[in-house]
Design a protein around this ligand. Structure first.
Ligand SMILES: Cc1cc2nc3c(=O)[nH]c(=O)nc-3n(C[C@H](O)[C@H](O)[C@H](O)COP(=O)(O)OP(=O)(O)OC[C@H]3O[C@@H](n4cnc5c(N)ncnc54)[C@H](O)[C@@H]3O)c2cc1C
Length: 458
């Protein structure tokens, strides 16, 4: 062991067992606790850590890049500490969208050019996931719909309208599929006290079904070995050949290339990301209408803005039930409950009953529905210092790559981030050639710190 890449952190920030039960994971896929081989392989060309949307998409793109060149196929080992897709991807809102009401924050923070690149990148993710679902015939209840960002507060509504008009006038390039809902706002959105509304494209889907079925396609090609319930505890650098030893709870693996698709848990293995990608705990719920009761079907998804920093998200399911997440302001001041927390085995107490009655309070026709919270769960996000993900080669390493730190919006970023990393590894192209916005490149300067931006969903 030696070299500048030695990782000393051991057994810190590992995914905990007994995570809260998320609605999306109720019906386990046959791969949930699968191991391709009884024993852990002793070596692999590429080791990917993490089986959320980032890790599985990376494996998919790595194979896709290889075409039919059977003899050139690298061996890929996919390691997962718990079950497949049991991290944030198995516990989120099931939404792939750009919040139009936050574009102004991007412009303020990164300038109009970078903001435009970020919005384009998110759009590429929406259509990238849609197209792979169609190509691979994945049944993930995916639907391209419209999503409404609805302001309930009068002052917030005025600001949302003013900023949208400003963007429009300034020629911000990406307003063509976003619209301000002028007339009949309450009828169109079905929200009682709606004061302003923006409408934008969204891909609504069942994230666990997407990831597990994509993984099924990946494994069917025979070059990827999946090992669940196998926690990576440390990575060591070999002295001479620049390769790595990946230490796991079940033994060691040697490899020249390690890809960290570990999102909120990244700093547990890469200490240079400590305080750069911070684990934060968030919560979501599943709301159902009891048998015999009735509530109107909602065909759009939502972000409900009670104030600029009080936002919930809602994703109606085809069966009429609703996945709702948020409620952060009920616990935000108690930082120890959620900030720098990687334990998703418990609920966030102040938000435990937050979702009760939410549909009755806000949605037309739901007042007497007796809708009830069927389940509440938590998950771990990765929040970064500057509000942007870290994608690319880990600075100062020969063969370590990262894609993580999505600030609660990874469904809208990870699929194309995975394509970029796969191309860097397989085709040996530079980050600059991938087309990912430059501001998302992981660099030493970003690891050294820089201005802390407010936490936000990109
Ligand atoms: C409640 C909630 C709601 C959200 N809502 C939305 C939304 O509506 N839209 C949106 O875009 N995003 C949303 N997000 C964020 C989104 O879910 C994440 O950004 C995205 O899923 C990250 O994907 P990932 O694959 O990078 O990480 P994850 O899905 O967290 O996967 C990382 C995997 O790595 C594994 N792992 C970590 N460390 C190790 C180790 N040492 N050894 C082995 N395995 C390890 C973990 O077990 C995990 O399976 C939400 C998140 C939460 C928690």
């Amino acid at each position: 062991m030696g070299g500048g890449e030695e990782i000393t952190t051991r057994n810190r920030m590992l995914p905990v067992p007994n995570s809260t039960a998320s609605y999306w994971r109720n019906d386990a896929h046959w791969l949930d606790e699968y191991r391709s081989t009884e024993q852990l392989p002793s070596q692999a060309d590429i080791v990917i850590i993490g089986t959320g949307i980032a890790g599985v998409s990376t494996a998919y793109h790595l194979q896709d890049r290889a075409g039919n060149r059977d003899t050139l196929q690298p061996t890929i080992l996919l390691l997962e500490a718990r079950q497949v897709c049991s991290g944030a991807t198995g516990r989120n809102g099931g939404h792939i969208k750009k919040l139009p009401s936050t574009i102004d924050v991007l412009i303020q923070n990164y300038g109009i050019t970078a903001a435009g690149e970020i919005v384009k990148f998110i759009r590429a993710n929406i259509y990238g996931v849609k197209s792979v679902i169609e190509k691979e015939k994945i049944d993930a209840e995916a639907e391209l719909r419209r999503s409404f960002d609805v302001s309930i507060d009068t002052e917030d509504a005025k600001e949302v309208k003013r900023k949208f008009e400003e963007q429009f006038k300034s020629g911000f390039p990406l307003t063509e599929d976003v619209a301000y809902i002028g007339r009949s706002l309450r009828s169109i959105t079905s929200i009682h006290d709606a004061k302003a509304g923006l409408s934008t494209p969204v891909l609504s889907l069942w994230p666990y079904k997407f990831v597990t079925q994509l993984l099924e396609r990946v494994l069917s090609k025979g070059h990827v070995n999946l090992q669940t319930n196998t926690a990576v505890t440390a990575i060591e650098t070999h002295g001479d050949d620049g390769g790595y030893t990946v230490n796991t709870s079940r033994g060691q693996v040697k490899t020249p290339t390690v890809i960290f698709a570990t999102n909120g848990y990244t700093a547990g293995l890469l200490p240079q990301y400590r305080n750069i990608i911070t684990p934060t705990k968030a919560t979501a719920s599943h709301i159902t209408v009891p048998p015999g009761q009735h509530a109107p079907y909602l065909s759009n998804t939502y972000n409900l803005r009670y104030a600029p920093n009080r936002v919930d998200y809602l994703n109606p399911r085809p069966d009429g039930s609703i996945v709702v997440g948020g409620g952060k302001w009920t616990y935000e001041k108690d930082r120890e409950l959620w900030y720098d927390v990687h334990d998703d085995s418990t609920l966030i107490e102040p938000a435990r009953y937050y979702f009760d009655g939410l549909m009755q309070r806000h949605f037309r026709g739901w007042e007497d529905s007796n809708a009830e919270t069927e389940s509440v769960w938590t998950g771990i996000q990765g929040v970064t210092k500057d509000g942007l993900p870290h994608i690319g080669k880990v600075p100062g390493t020969s063969g370590q790559y990262v894609l993580a730190g999505y600030n609660g919006g990874g469904m809208a970023l990870a699929f194309m981030a995975a394509l970029a990393v796969a191309r860097m590894v397989r085709d040996q192209i530079s980050f600059e050639q991938t087309g990912v916005p430059m501001c998302m490149k992981t660099t030493q300067a970003r690891l050294n710190g820089g201005d802390e931006k407010t936490e936000k969903q990109p």
